[in-house]
Ligand binder design. Structure first.
Ligand code: TZP
Ligand code: MG
Length: 210
């Protein structure tokens, strides 16, 4: 499970980024444009929605629940300061994909019973993609958190996020997480299409080892 998170870059438009990762086989895009107005966000979404449809990829918006409903995308990713997931669920319906940010085992435990479909647990390491970063979790941290929540019978899928590169995937997946969310390492790769393919290959290999 790979979620690609868009991020403004000097080399590519957002639509180009999305086109490249879809070409590389990614099936799950998060449109994240922190500094955009709703109108700018809507315009970019209008460019990438057809790309996601053609490639049968899921599309979730970072926050912006109203726009996600208006544009009939698959779901939203909610940060800690965003809408409560129960309220989002009420507004978006049972079929929507609702993901939430978590930084600790306690965060994941709190989300239990809130009808959330996945958590983005991070940051794995320092990254400049996100401002006001929470403390870095690292490999040992992931191992401990996954063990703790699974021991408590919380089966919520966990997606690792923050500074993850292709090389990290075997070790990150070995901590027991269910997938990864990546942005910078893909966008900044010499060949983002090929890099995406390699990431998906590494994820596949990690799942086969389980
Ligand atoms: N949330 C925690 S880290 C992060 C977000 C959105 C950024 C992930 O991007 P990158 O470039 O893979 O570190
Ligand atoms: Mg947010």
């Amino acid at each position: 499970m790979l979620q690609f998170i868009t991020h403004p870059s000097e080399r590519y438009t957002i639509a180009e980024e999305v086109q490249m990762v879809l070409e590389g086989g990614c099936k799950w895009i998060q449109l994240r444009l922190k500094d955009a107005t709703d109108e700018e966000f809507r315009q970019t979404a209008l460019e990438i929605i057809p790309l996601c449809k053609e490639n049968e990829a899921f599309l979730v918006f970072d926050d912006r629940v109203e726009l996600a409903i208006e544009m009939s995308v698959h779901g939203v990713h909610l940060g800690k300061d965003d809408m409560n997931p129960l309220v989002a669920r009420e507004n978006m319906g049972a079929e929507a994909i609702i993901g939430c940010t978590a930084n600790t085992a306690a965060d994941i435990t709190r989300l239990r019973g809130w009808d959330v479909d996945y958590v983005g647990l991070g940051p794995f390491r320092y990254t400049t993609t996100k401002a006001r970063l929470s403390p870095v979790i690292g490999l040992d941290g992931y191992t401990d958190i996954v063990r703790e929540v699974r021991a408590a019978d919380i089966l919520l899928p966990i997606v690792a996020i923050g500074g993850i590169t292709l090389e990290d995937i075997p070790a990150v997946m070995a901590t027991g997480v269910n997938g990864v969310a990546m942005s910078g390492s893909i966008i900044n790769a010499d060949d983002p299409v090929d890099y995406t393919r390699k990431v998906l290959g590494a994820l596949q290999e990690a799942f086969e080892k389980r």
